[in-house]
Design a protein around this ligand. Sequence first.
Ligand code: X8Z
Ligand code: ZN
Length: 676
Amino acid sequence: MFRRLWKFYSLILLIVINSCGISSAQFSTDLFYKEPANDNLGDVVQFLREYDREASDTCNRIATAEWKYATNATDFNRRRMKEQQNLASKFECISWRRASRYDTSRILENNLRRQLDRIVYQGKCGLGDEKHLEITHVITMMKDNYNQVRVCPYRAGQTNLYSDGHNITSYHAYCDLRLEPDLTSIMERSRNERELKYAWTEFREKVGPPNRNTFMRYIDLANQAAVQHGFRDAGEQMREVYEDPDFFFTVQDLWTQVQPLYKQLFSFVRKGLYIKYGDNVLRSDGPIPAHILGNMWGQNWRNIIDIIKPHLETPDITGEMIKQGYTPTKIFQVAEEFFTSLGLPPMSPEFWRNSIIQKPNDVYTQCAASAWDFCNLLDFRIKQCTQISLEDFINSHHEMTHIHYYMQYTTQPFIYRDSPNPAFHEAVAHAIALNVGGPVHLQKIGLLSSPISASNGNSMINIEYLLNVALDKLPFMAFSLTVEKWRWYVFEKGPVGMNSRWWDLRLRFQGIIPPDVRTSQHFDAGAKYHVISDQDYIKYFVATILQFQIYAELCSAANHIGPLHTCDFYRSREAGRLLSDFMQRGASLSSSQLIKLITRGKTSRLSVDPLLEFFRPLEAWLESQNRDESIIGWSSNMDDVQLFQYIGFNHATDNLNLRLNKLLTIICSMLILKLM
Ligand code: X8Z
Ligand code: ZN
């Protein structure tokens, strides 16, 4: 979901929430303010009351301006939006300064302290006005560069790009391919390996190097801000929102438990790709080149299911929806009925009046689906250019879950009108999406006619369903972990060797290598928007785990019996009660308190058990499919590693080095053979 920019500010604000890592006592506000700290409770209450009113108003103004631009992208609306964003940024720093005057370590009332901490631990205001302006400018510059990237179309026969420093641009008349929708669509649909390699390489050629130096300045400034806020570096500051002092190790542990399943999926996928593309492109036991996975970043592999599993038996739900006369309104009415069946309230008249659920013909509208909270307790909207398809049917439920979350926490003060960390909002929406996209629910609402055996859950339709979900979720976990591990590393150790570090981690966690030589001049992590726009990415890793925990608990509340993926908690008032109960808390509880509430006391920690349980039938099926594989997972060799472990500083040197290295490797092997 694309959350409103104000929520993005709040996110920055949340990134530095107090947690067990740095206690309030350690985080003495007079670290950066000379004025004597205030601990007068009356003053705190008064300040928080004023903050609540002003923050709600600011949030409402920014949401209104952003909605106008998102639904009618004129220059005028863009200027208005920028003005409101600047005002919001000023308000953020003023509030931070005011809140910093209170000594939270001496405020014993938990609730007041938590509210203050959520303001005090905010973003980058500690940099001071000048540098705060600079980092905002640096991030805007990188985002603008990214958004302006255009690529020339692929010309058949074009190979070996850039290896001789040659610029292909001059050959093409219309170099106007954008990431969205053009390159994205090529990566998803093309089965021409050379075209895929071209799109992959060319996008990175255009998007990476121009932002590389700016990104280095960003690292420097973000680290300075973090230090001003009492952290070692910006990575530590970003982790703080997860309120777990061992978060760095927690995510690693969680991944270790999922990795065997990932490797089974990986091996099955590689087998299909090897049959399709052959050993000119990949080895049967090696890592997979990043460009043939059906996605620009290899972050989900759902678009190559036809390659890895020919003769799919997937039912045509979209066709069935069209046959039954579904319209965008009907899709949203069905979504509304899903929630009312759980006992949650219907959407308000304002929602139906103000939401945009179809692409307008007359104005340019940004089509990415999103759910909006206008921060006045009444006005909530969805923007979705709905197509009649299973994907948008699921998306409508996803977005409406965000609206329900907004509605449920309206009783909280503004500062708590969010989830405790950015992962929860997405996790709940995905848990609902998991339920409504499952074969059992689709059959229940008349969109799937084939018989589903809820008792065994192992029919081919179930396995294909699970395979689809796995291709979506498991590579994404490996990718989100890679992105954030890389960023934490760069914040801690600095930018030297950052591109080879990126591929090091891509190989280690994802089993992916670049399709061509990468050098220190490239900046491949910068091909991901969230990296250059300073957005948290580990939330997606956490949200993937959490969504299965939430789904399993809603299923258990609904007294589900049988394999987890055959659960449908539709019409369960008990599931609805649990859902609204924890959504109502907003951010007033810590993540661990909220997990405890969701799991009804069973645990207060993230757990991958429900995820592993969900995929168990698929895991058994993959194991049998992979019986003859020589290796489950990947083995990398010198050729793989030399693609990105450069020594030189420019492309020509890198290529020379690569060849020299290869020669040396051959000589060494020959010598070793001779000695033996
Ligand atoms: O950024 C997004 C959404 C907004 S939350 C458009 N996503 C991540 C991405 O594109 O990398 C959704 C999936 C992960
Ligand atoms: Zn979402």
